[in-house]
Design a protein around this ligand. Sequence first.
Ligand SMILES: [Zn+2]
Length: 432
Amino acid sequence: MRNDRPQPGRRDASQSASAGASFHEMWRELLPLGRHPDSGGYRRYAWTAADTECRAWFKQQAEARGLAYEVDRNGNQWAWLGDPAEGNAVVTGSHLDSVPDGGAFDGPLGVVSSFAALDELRARGVTFARPLAIVNFGDEEGARFGLACVGSRLTGGRLTVEQAHLLTDGDGVTLPRAMEAAGYDPDAIGPDPERLARIGAFVELHVEQGRALDLSGDRVGIASAIWPHGRWRFDFRGEANHAGTTRLVDRRDPMLPYAETVLAARREARLAGAVATFGKIAVEPNGVNAIPSLVRGWLDSRAADQEALDTVVAGIEEAARAHAREHGVDLDIVRESFTPVVEFDHALRDELARILGKGTDLGDTGLKVPVLGTGAGHDAGILSGRIPTAMLFVRNPTGVSHSPAEFAEEDDCVAGVLALADVLEGLAAGDR
Ligand SMILES: [Zn+2]
């Protein structure tokens, strides 16, 4: 049995059967789409057949609720209640794409909860003084083209059209060609300031990618900040040769400094209380009996603040250069992407805390809804420099994410829906 603290929200799950029922029905429909039969994980990569199925599901949900459906110039999907031209809209949503063999919750939990929260508000008879929208941002995970949050970056002007045209997947297909193949017009992509100007607040609900809520005994939390994070490519170039006939002393084997660099990354991250991961590697010629000519490794590193991150990455680079020299190997390091620390809008965050604390036994301000930082990037973070954004996290009992083992309890998911419904009602409801 969990020892749960009093939970945010005015209604508990038993009082809101409608939210639970609509959540579960949508969840069941979405669950098989893009799931790989062998791994049980999801392969919902941007602009692939699996992504197209998920997008069709989104459109169907919008239309079933009589919402005005549209796709913006960057392929993000929107479902509107009320007239977007009125401005000051309250927007919620997340993404439906996945990392390779990702879990069911990262992204889809936010989109499904958004529709379920709207159903809950309609069941409550809430009318809205502000336009409301649900969004599915395209290509959030960056699994196919190597850059995360492409849909929101383009919309927010954080990725230029020229840069977007250069994005290429592992098969040599560029982003524009991939969008075109999926039936979208790649010539339209670009910044969308008019759209952002209509949004007064964006709230993204997401499964927690860590165990803070599990440890505190809370179902739902509010985000404070996203750690600064980036991706660096390390190219170690040596000399290919025969694995059987080349004496050890004659080798220029790039695998050795690469291996030392992986260990250095672990050490530097531990010392700084940060994280650093080499999770992807490419080897040439990639033969069992050949000394490699090239080892290319990608570093992902994140820390609570910029200074700590700079220290970690500088330490790893220094170790990589020293070990490359030692083994007669050339090294190039390229920073492929970087996102500075994101502090979510304080006023909106406090408003969420106020709404979720209201009407509980602890009184209007008595409930302390936990406020957490996170090492994971999100569309809400990308857009935070342009519009007020906030995030809600739903408890993840193991903290596992980006894996088929990613999980949230059904009751916690419904608690998330109700918390999101309370937030949307608090932000957007008109007089009743
Ligand atoms: Zn996500």
